[in-house]
Design a protein. Structure first.
Length: 598
């Protein structure tokens, strides 16, 4: 081949790879948009049951169409507290199965219909009014681009068969000995590491095989190496994450490396079994995956694409079945391998994730996890500040803890706001944008609750510093309001992290409205009692001012908690008025019945 031929081959293959990867990206984004609500529910189903976790990994990766996306997303979810190490490792096992669907999509013999799929998908994408149908159209366009890219790559690789240098080079990678098998595994691993996409390397491998440039054994060994190379993506993402994120990354590496190691030892029997299995399939099935057609070399195995896809699936399913019973041991081993040396904070608050790889829905779910952690910090700040306000003498350690927790909420609020601001730059639905703005407001209002917790502690510290005393009546009244605010804040924060939306008649909302009204009534009584003591002269003026400030701080904590709930469900005042109307109607009905039976 001359220089111009090599240039033509290079731009054809690279162009085809670009079209393929772009199609995979659109497919992933469109599937995530179409199944966003289901993804949210899927994550909520996670338990420590290893089978359920693996099932979630299979379904999730099937939807997002990339194990790299799933594993990078896992890092963010672990950092945000949405899942623990055992759950994450279970999802990783499932992700390795889910990613094998890509091989079957590539193997199916519909490449020549790529333009047809893209053309059909054009209509709903640009003319449909409903978001769901637009997503369906984008999925069809994405599949068309994937098949079109594969056609370009296959066409680009065909001239290689006439190149002596290429044939001589490939003679070293025939996978007919343990050394050549290992060489193929290493090459597959390194190329996947460079490309940072196992799907791309799988497509290149299958395109080379479909044009007769490599034999099935070589392709199978390359695919085994690609399974190791794909672990690098998660490992890089986990480097700046929590300790559990790093442990999950090491579990992913160990899982694939051990699996590939024993499969290399069993390689001849592994490839023979796959060959027997594929060649035993009915003609109707094998025809769908046959690569023979116009322009295909006669020596090419017509079922080689199906063999590669089947071998990929067999390896990952077998590896999962072997590791599933051993998952607790794997988790214990990585915990031993990466021990907690006390340098890592128990609650490391760090949003992460490559926004170019995950959808807005998954990014928002990660932010939700961060707000769950923020809720824990705010509730602790409230408990510590009220415990401090009840002390008879100063405790500097508690005061410093409240001050520290307030600074933590400042950092989380800034982090969430910056992260969601970046997420808002992505294409998203109106509902997702509404949810994104709600999350920013929730983080801001939670941070304000922590501010007033700090203020409450500061007012009490001032009383200790200046030697101010409150009367027994004032202490009792303050304690009553604090108990009500503490109960309401805890319930409100819990409601926000467990509810995505609530209707007008939700009993939980009614209970929160009643609690907020009870705080207003109690605070008004405290104010009236305080004014009476001031008039009587039984309250020191300076102590009375600080007491008023403490009550105002408690009211503000209640108000910002109301705002947090309102940001989540909306129309707090409407719901409050609706509840009052219901209670008024119930009272009127009771009065009518009493008059009737009187």
């Amino acid at each position: 081949m001359d220089a111009s031929a090599w240039f033509t081959l290079a731009y054809t293959v690279l162009g085809g790879l670009a079209v393929f990867l772009f199609g995979m990206k659109i497919l992933s984004e469109s599937l995530q948009a179409l199944a966003s609500e289901f993804i949210r529910k899927l994550i909520s189903w996670l338990t420590n049951n290893r089978v359920i976790a693996m099932g979630v990994g299979v379904v999730l990766t099937t939807i997002v169409q990339s194990s790299s996306v799933t594993t990078v997303m896992l890092v963010g979810f672990i950092n945000a507290g949405l899942m623990n190490l055992t759950q994450a490792v279970g999802v990783i096992l499932g992700a390795n199965i889910g990613t094998t669907l890509t091989g079957w999509i590539i193997a199916i013999k519909v490449g020549k219909y790529g333009l047809l799929l893209a053309g059909v998908g054009f209509v709903p994408t640009f003319f449909a009014k409903k978001t769901k149908w637009k997503s369906v159209g984008r999925i069809m366009i994405a599949l068309g681009l994937i098949f079109l890219g594969l056609e370009f790559m296959s066409g680009g690789f065909k001239p290689l068969s006439a190149t002596n240098d290429f044939r001589d080079a490939m003679a070293y990678f025939t996978a007919d000995s343990i050394f050549s098998i290992l060489a193929c595994v290493v090459i597959g691993c390194l190329l996947t590491f460079v490309v940072q996409s196992s799907s791309a390397m799988l497509a290149i491998t299958m395109s080379l095989a479909a044009t007769g440039q490599i034999e099935y054994q070589t392709a199978a060994a390359l695919v085994l190496g690609e399974n190791i190379g794909t672990t690098v993506t998660m490992h890089l993402a986990a480097m700046g994450g929590t300790l559990d994120a790093k442990r999950a990354s090491w579990a992913h590496i160990m899982f694939n490396v051990i699996g590939v190691s024993y499969m290399v030892l069993l390689f001849p029997w592994y490839t023979q079994f796959v060959t027997w299995f594929v060649e035993s399939t009915p003609d109707a099935v094998s025809t769908l995956f046959s690569v023979h057609g116009e322009g295909t070399a006669a020596h090419v195995d017509p079922l080689i694409m199906m063999k590669i896809a089947a071998g990929h699936s067999l390896f990952n399913i077998t590896n999962n079945l072997l590791f599933l019973p051993l998952l607790p041991l794997l988790v214990k081993f990585v915990v031993w391998l990466k021990p907690d040396k006390g340098k890592t904070s128990k609650k490391r608050l760090k949003l992460s994730g490559d926004l170019s790889k995950i959808s807005p829905e998954l990014a928002l779910e990660e932010a939700e996890g961060e707000l769950r952690l923020m809720r824990e910090v705010v509730v602790e700040a409230m408990e510590k500040s009220m415990a401090y306000a009840r002390l008879k003498q100063d405790d500097e350690a508690i005061f410093k803890r409240v001050d520290h927790l307030e600074q933590v909420t400042d950092n989380i609020q800034m982090e969430v706001t910056l992260f969601i601001t970046d997420v808002l730059q992505l294409p998203m639905t109106a509902e997702q944008a509404k949810r994104a703005y709600a999350l920013i407001r929730i983080s801001d209002e939670m941070e304000s609750v922590a501010d007033y917790c700090q203020n409450l502690a500061k007012y009490r510290a001032r009383m200790f510093r200046d030697g101010l005393k409150l009367s027994d009546a004032a202490n009792r009244e303050l304690d009553t309001v604090m108990k009500l605010v503490e109960e309401f804040t805890r319930a409100g924060m819990e409601f926000v992290v467990t509810h995505h939306e609530a209707d007008m008649h939700d009993e939980d909302v009614r209970a929160l409205v009643r609690m907020a009204d009870a705080i207003n009534i109690a605070a008004d009584k405290v104010r009236d009692s305080h004014l009476s003591r001031v008039k009587e002269g039984s309250c020191e003026p300076l102590a009375g001012m600080v007491f008023s400030d403490m009550v105002v701080a408690l009211r503000r904590m209640k108000n910002h908690t109301v705002n947090v709930i309102d940001a989540r469900i909306g129309r707090w005042e409407e719901r409050r008025e609706a509840l009052r109307n219901l209670e008024r109607d119930a009272n009127d009905e009771s009065a009518r019945l009493a008059a009737t039976h009187g």
